[in-house]
Write a protein that binds this ligand. Structure first.
Ligand code: HEC
Length: 441
């Protein structure tokens, strides 16, 4: 645990309670390493953020905005309440409390540049290239298949558009999928695409291959192939699970675009797929489920008010929950996912308490932390909307808002990858998890 004292200009760094150094917080020594590690993946020239944060001057010029965005936990985009629920994620990009304190201290004490020899060497950031795939960085491998939606031109001013074309996958043999990523084709098209849904059109005889037998009677559809919304990256399945693509299959897209006051010609989105090696069949099938929270038409948000909606789902077979990804629009404020176990115990799994509609972050649980839910567990989803002026993303607090497809309408649902398990496999995973847990000293 690292803590900084409040003495002006001086950082008193305590490790396990004992002061080991007393020195001013400087850019070179303390702040630059954090910026390199947590910001430059997006804040580099040519990457997705509007400005680079590389040099002392870059960061100093944005001091006020950094104080605001970092202080409110808007940047880096990780809007989870870290004090509750599961703590381990595969894609955690948040700042620790100590890192936030260091940045704030530096801002409060005159933004000292520090000594040139303290400056860490520049880092090459793998994912900074907006035409690169984030999953390629994680897997160390380019995608095996990339499909593009047909081009669509968006006028400078027009209603939101939902474009639903179909594309052949060109597959000639069955393949298991280990990761999928969607992105607007160019940095420009990121400005007009709100979401992309992809459905895999294919016929699987005799139900879903490798779906746990216990789930066959209640999970008859494969769910969506992949969902993407502003701010999301890829979906990397656990190493024992995946999705099946068959020869002759087709992708049906739903691309939601909106006008930005300038004609945007021939906009496209891309779908990248990484396969398991030929012949490798993961033992489990994951299903992307959409858990509706707002119960559709029940969403009713009067002007200048907040609203809460809730929905409940009973798991009819044992399951592992791989991720949590809330979906709301401009008035979205928070969403949580809790489990009520068959023995009545209630547990918060995850809560996104600082939702930002431009960032549909997918919180992907670490393998050892993905919740294992016994049959009969009830999942409770709760969503909060804020239609008051205190929500900085609210375009007009005087409007009544209800459920609808446009970004100025509202929604509330969660995208969750569910891996159903048969009872013996579930018991085995629970026992393995118990054995791995370190005894409390
Ligand atoms: C995953 C990519 C990503 C990461 C990581 C990230 N940012 Fe950002 N940042 C963006 C994008 C994209 C925007 C513009 C859209 C927005 O405001 O949400 C932005 C906007 C900002 C802004 C507002 C700029 C303005 O014009 O007002 C600040 C300040 C900022 N980021 C600071 C940071 C800091 C500091 C870090 C690291 C501690 C960081 N960001 C990490 C992508 C990122």
């Amino acid at each position: 645990m690292m803590r900084l004292s409040r003495a002006a200009g001086v950082g008193l760094i305590c490790v396990a309670g004992s002061a080991i150094a007393q020195e001013p917080v400087t850019f070179a020594k303390h702040v630059a390493p954090i910026i390199q590690q947590k910001c430059q993946v997006c804040h580099s020239p040519g990457s997705i953020a509007p400005m680079p944060l590389i040099t002392y001057k870059d960061v100093k010029d944005y001091a006020d905005e950094i104080r605001d965005y970092v202080g409110k936990r808007v940047m880096p985009p990780w809007h989870l309440d870290k004090t509750v629920g599961v703590h381990d994620f595969k894609n955690d990009r948040s700042l620790s409390d100590g890192q936030i304190a260091t940045i704030m201290k530096w801002l409060d004490t005159g933004m000292q540049p520090g000594k040139p020899e303290d400056m860490p060497p520049e880092v090459k950031v793998a994912a900074a290239d907006p035409s690169g795939w984030e999953v390629a960085g994680q897997l160390g491998q380019q995608p095996d298949l990339v499909l593009k939606s047909p081009p669509l031109t968006i006028a400078a001013q027009t209603q939101d558009k939902w474009f639903r074309p179909t594309t052949e996958t060109g597959l000639t043999e069955a393949r298991w999928v280990r990761a999928i990523e969607i992105r607007p084709s160019t940095a420009e098209s990121r400005r007009v695409v709100h979401h992309v849904l992809t459905l895999l059109e294919q016929r699987e005889e005799g139900g879903l291959t490798n779906l746990a037998a216990a789930a066959h009677d209640h999970q008859t559809s494969a769910g969506l192939f992949m969902e993407w919304s502003i701010g999301k990256a890829g979906e990397l399945f656990p190493t024992d699970a995946g999705k099946l693509m068959l020869p002759g299959s087709r992708i049906r897209w739903e691309v939601h675009m909106f006008a930005i006051g300038k004609e945007m010609k021939d906009q496209q989105v891309e779908l990248a797929i990484w396969f398991y090696p030929k012949g490798v069949v993961p033992p489990h099938r994951t299903v992307l489920r959409m858990f509706d929270v707002s119960r559709g038409s029940e969403l009713d948000i009067p002007p200048n008010q907040t609203a809460m909606t809730q929905n409940f789902y009973v798991m009819q077979s044992p399951a592992r929950i791989e991720n949590f990804q809330p979906h709301m629009h401009m008035r979205g404020k928070a969403m949580s996912m809790e489990a009520v176990y068959p023995d009545g115990k209630r547990e918060m799994l995850s809560s996104v308490n600082n939702f930002q509609w431009k960032w549909h972050v997918n919180y992907v649980y670490a393998d050892d932390a993905a919740p294992l839910l016994p049959k009969g567990t009830m999942l409770v989803f709760t969503a909060w909307h804020d239609n008051t002026a205190s929500n900085p993303n609210n375009p007009d607090p005087k409007q009544w808002v209800g459920w609808g497809d446009r970004t100025v309408d509202e929604m509330a649902h969660a995208w969750v990858d569910v891996t159903y398990l048969d009872q013996p496999e579930f018991d085995k995973l629970v026992a393995e998890r118990k054995a791995k847990k370190k005894p409390v000293p």
